[in-house]
Ligand binder design. Structure first.
Ligand code: PLP
Length: 268
């Protein structure tokens, strides 16, 4: 009899739908599968968008979100989780309830706020709840610079500001914080630097070649889904971030050789 192949760890993404496939839950599903995990997904909002912009959205209710998640949990052992676009206070309250009252693993929280094209993906009250109620449940939160500024109240001009912002955000309760510098905050124009403040209070710097292919679409979603997958595969937070970053950088690098999909920001 053939040996049974071990089951792939199930990773749940709670995120928005970008029907054009570049960001949100479709990007998450592609990523989770690429890491050898089994993707499951609950949709928080149906957005109307393509690579050129976001044109609107129809948000789900707390009850429709719960009705998506409960049957998954009743049937499967979920080993990893992430949250993406959580546009309303009602949805954030429900997500907080789900993560505090069930056996779901602590999520990777991607604090999605504004799209690359400038569309607001979260309301003001929801942003406050994300900061004050959801972050304390996170295994790791992954803000980019504008998100880290909004969560910490600190104006980030350099890498030392990134560290201070990470310390302030950690006070809100997540086990770890990854501030993504991208091209904006770097000692060298050729590098992209991210700063991890891990669960032991240590800073770890990740420095990569900055690959300039113009605006890219869905990189934050892809990174957080990759981290959630690596955590589900029992890697440490530091190793998960390392693997996830390598994956995103490789995907961006691959765009140099790929013909364009869409007319706007380039999907990974
Ligand atoms: N649409 C959805 C549903 C998202 O979750 C996100 C980001 O997380 C975006 C759009 C924005 O993606 P980007 O800023 O990479 O274009």
């Amino acid at each position: 009899m053939a040996d049974e192949v071990p089951a792939r760890p199930v990773v749940l993404t709670i995120a928005g739908l970008d029907p054009s496939g570049g960001a949100g839950i479709v990007a998450d599903i592609k990523t989770i599968a690429a890491f050898g995990c089994f993707p499951s997904g609950a949709i928080t909002s149906i957005t109307f968008q393509n690579t050129t912009g976001v044109f609107g959205a129809e948000h789900q209710t707390a009850s429709s979100l719960r009705s998506q998640i409960e049957p998954i949990m009743a049937d499967m052992l979920v080993s990893g989780a992430k949250t993406g676009m959580l546009p309303t206070a009602e949805l954030i309250r429900e997500v907080v309830r789900v993560f505090s009252e069930t056996e779901l693993p602590a999520p990777v929280v991607d604090p999605v706020m504004v799209s690359t094209s400038g569309y607001d993906l979260i309301g003001a009250e929801a942003a406050d709840l994300l900061k004050n109620d959801l972050l304390r449940l996170a295994r790791i939160v992954t803000p980019n610079i504008p998100e880290a500024e909004r969560l910490s109240g600190i104006n980030i001009m350099n890498q030392s500001d990134m560290r201070v912002a990470a310390e302030v955000i950690k006070q809100l309760g997540p086990a770890a914080v990854l501030v993504k510098g991208g091209h904006r905050v770097s000692s060298s124009e050729d590098d992209a630097v991210d700063v991890l403040l891990n669960e032991h209070g240590e800073f770890i710097e990740f420095r990569d070649e900055y690959v300039d292919v113009g605006d890219v679409h869905g990189s934050g979603c892809t990174l957080s889904a990759a981290i959630a997958s690596c955590l589900a595969l029992d890697m440490s937070v530091e190793e998960s971030v390392r693997q996830a970053k390598r994956y995103v950088t490789d995907r961006i690098r691959a765009l140099r050789q790929s013909s364009r999909i869409g007319h706007g920001a380039r999907p990974l």
